[in-house]
Design a protein around this ligand. Structure first.
Ligand code: NAD
Length: 251
């Protein structure tokens, strides 16, 4: 896992971050970049997160992993309480856990519910479990990982995925609007096609046809997320930041 250059101004010393979906991919790169910026990091994933924890710990940060399903509200509540007890008050939350089947609007309802329960309910459970304490301390930095699919209807992804990512944008804006007076910011990032395990088996756009002439990397997303979690972005809340090297214009 390569690291992201972190500005000295993005120091997150003294902060405790939860990153979901951080065993690998975008969440993994975000966890390592937050650790590099000085935050203590709690990694939430249904998979073991040994690689991420090793890379984050290499940055000198205190990091711990929790193996859980983000769609399980009770498990999320339990883990959040354990993070606060072991690492300290949580001021940063990055909700990156997600699944991406390629269903159509008439795919089985069970699949629709499963995707929404991970991609949308999972983010909701994480925010619900951390928000009140952030408000009480007057410090919260939340980033929800949506997708270009929220706008484009899904290049590689299906109906339920696109709907879940669109809903995350609306949820994030609601949290931003209500949290602003209490020192809680919430922003949304919408990556384009990023090379990860999620899309490894799917046909992807030919890099030559893309404005940046390459697909994205998890580190391309991690840098902007660290910025949105840092004091550098104190007056930024409720934005949806596309991170796509110009792929937004890809048909
Ligand atoms: N890769 C892309 O092109 C792309 C583009 C836009 C948005 N995204 C979003 O970025 C996020 C990260 O995706 P990625 O590309 O790194 O994929 P990935 O599959 O590499 O990582 C997703 C992680 O989420 C975890 N996860 C899945 N379901 C979970 C659950 N129920 N509980 C806990 N953890 C769970 C997985 O174990 C995995 O570690 C996702 O929300 C995805 O929708 C990805």
């Amino acid at each position: 896992m390569s690291s992201v250059p972190v500005s000295r101004n993005a120091s997150l010393h003294g902060h405790v971050a939860i990153v979901s979906g951080a065993a690998r991919g975008i969440g993994g790169a975000v966890a390592v970049a937050l650790a590099e910026a000085g935050a203590k990091v709690a990694v939430f994933d249904s998979l073991a997160a040994d690689d991420t924890l090793a890379a984050a710990t290499e940055q000198g940060a205190q990091c711990r992993g929790w193996r859980l399903d983000v769609s399980d509200e009770k498990a999320v509540n339990r883990a959040v309480a354990e993070v606060a007890a072991s690492l300290g008050p949580i001021s940063i939350l990055v909700a990156a856990a997600g699944v991406m089947p390629s269903g159509t609007v008439d795919s089985a309802l069970a699949q629709w519910r499963q995707v929404l329960s991970v991609n949308l309910d999972g983010a909701r459970h994480l925010v619900a479990a951390t928000y009140a304490a952030m408000v009480a301390r007057g410090d919260g930095r939340i980033v929800l990982v949506s997708s270009v699919a929220a706008r484009q209807g899904g290049l590689l992804a299906g109906a339920e995925y696109s709907a879940s990512k669109g809903a995350l944008v609306s949820l994030g804006r609601h949290i931003a609007r209500n949290g602003a007076a209490h020192g809680v910011r919430c922003n949304i990032v919408s990556p384009g096609v990023i090379e990860t395990a999620m899309n490894a088996q799917l046909p992807k756009p030919d890099p030559k046809t893309l404005p940046a002439r390459r697909l994205g990397t998890p580190e391309d997303v991690a840098g902007p997320v660290v910025f949105l979690c840092s004091d550098q972005s104190n007056y930024i809340t409720g934005i949806e930041l596309p991170i796509n090297g110009g792929q937004l214009f890809y048909p």
